[in-house]
Write a protein that binds this ligand. Structure first.
Ligand code: PEP
Ligand code: MN
Length: 350
């Protein structure tokens, strides 16, 4: 349920309602908007009739139920777009944010060279896997802590925030010490123990959609993070499994538009895993921006044919630069995101 406070509700009236929500066995979440204050009432086992009765309390405008199973992530609770700040880079604001880097961190040379190239082309966040979720136990599993140290070193030298995947609750602490944003991969989207643990960190979370997850399940996974106390969540569409076999995954473009409609959280697109094919990255990126994506995450490698993971979908430096230029093409800009083209213009001007 949502308790809409009236525009001129006094501080003590808001506090009183919050107390009453707790007494009724629910958790109150205070959302202070530009025009009005909303108290989202979540949890189970509470006494609903007591919340409904709060319609009569001073300062309360109305009490309405939330139509969706996900509550705190819904636009109904918060109509205003959430902006997630990752080491000074604002996701969900006017600019399209591009995260780029190798699938896996492989060496100092590989990481530094890639970071410099993607930064020069306009990326503002560096990605790189340290702990890799691989289908086979015989495939490269990532450099672990050594990769985290390299990522932090690059961040400190180039001033580029870093995002890396966390696969297990055991690794949350060490990864949080190094990274600016923690990625929950597709395979862990419904790892509820991990989500509950990440709800307690102060790091922003990049929540990828599970390969077999519905949009509702994806938003409910985000709900775990918000309900547990972490409001800084960015959603990422990375393709789903369908009957199609030509592509690694089927990139669900409409899920971006719908997630933006249903939720106030920023949504970004991962056309690298979404297609599995280098040749499609540029066009699918433009399409994602055109339907409202707030950013992109792209795999880039100095020599994709030598990559230890995801070579076929990785762009080389030239390919990435061309892709970034494609985003800034004036015609595409009109088709794309209206006003949110500052990054694209910067790339065009450079
Ligand atoms: C990745 O980003 O390298 C990755 C493993 O992504 P996903 O979880 O989407 O497969
Ligand atoms: Mn990858």
């Amino acid at each position: 349920m949502i308790i809409n406070m009236s525009g001129n509700a006094a501080k003590n009236e808001i506090e009183h309602v919050i107390e009453r929500v707790k007494e009724s066995g629910f958790q109150p979440h205070l959302i202070t908007g530009a025009e009005r204050t909303v108290i989202a009432v979540v949890g189970n086992g509470g006494r609903r009739h007591e919340i409904e009765a709060l319609k009569a309390a001073a300062g309360v405008e109305d009490v309405v139920s939330i139509a969706h199973p996900f509550k705190l992530v819904s636009r109904q609770v918060q109509s205003q777009q959430t902006i997630v700040n990752v080491g000074g880079v604002r996701i969900g604001a006017e600019n399209i944010v591009v995260m780029a880097g190798p699938c896996s961190v492989e060496s100092r040379e590989q990481l530094f060279a890639t970071a410099r190239a993607v930064q020069a082309a306009g990326a503002s966040i560096l990605r790189g896997g340290a702990y890799k979720p691989r289908t086979s136990p015989y495939e490269f599993q990532g450099l672990g802590v050594e990769a985290l140290r390299l990522l932090a070193e690059v961040r400190d030298e180039l001033g580029m925030p870093i995002v890396t995947e966390v696969m297990s609750t055991e690794d949350v602490e060490i990864i949080s010490e190094h990274a600016d944003m923690l990625q929950v991969g597709a395979r862990n989207m419904q790892n509820f123990a991990l989500l509950r643990r990440l709800a307690k960190t102060d790091k922003p979370i990049l929540l990828k959609r599970g390969a077999s997850a519905t949009i509702k399940e994806w938003l409910l996974a985000a709900e775990y993070l918000l309900a547990g106390g972490n409001p800084n969540v960015v959603l990422c569409e990375r393709g789903i499994k369908t009957f199609e076999t030509e592509l690694r995954n089927t990139f669900d473009i409409a899920s971006i538009a719908l997630a933006k409609e249903l939720s106030h959280l920023p949504v970004i697109a991962d056309p690298s895993h979404g297609t599995g094919r280098r040749s499609l990255i540029a066009s699918v990126s433009r399409a994602a921006v055109a339907v409202g994506a707030d950013g992109l995450i792209i795999e880039v490698h100095p020599c994709p044919e030598r990559a230890l993971s995801d070579g076929p979908q990785s762009l080389d430096f030239t390919g990435f630069e061309e892709m970034m230029r494609g985003l800034s093409d004036p015609m595409r800009r009109i088709a794309a995101a209206g006003a949110r083209t500052e990054l694209a213009s910067e790339v065009a001007a450079s």
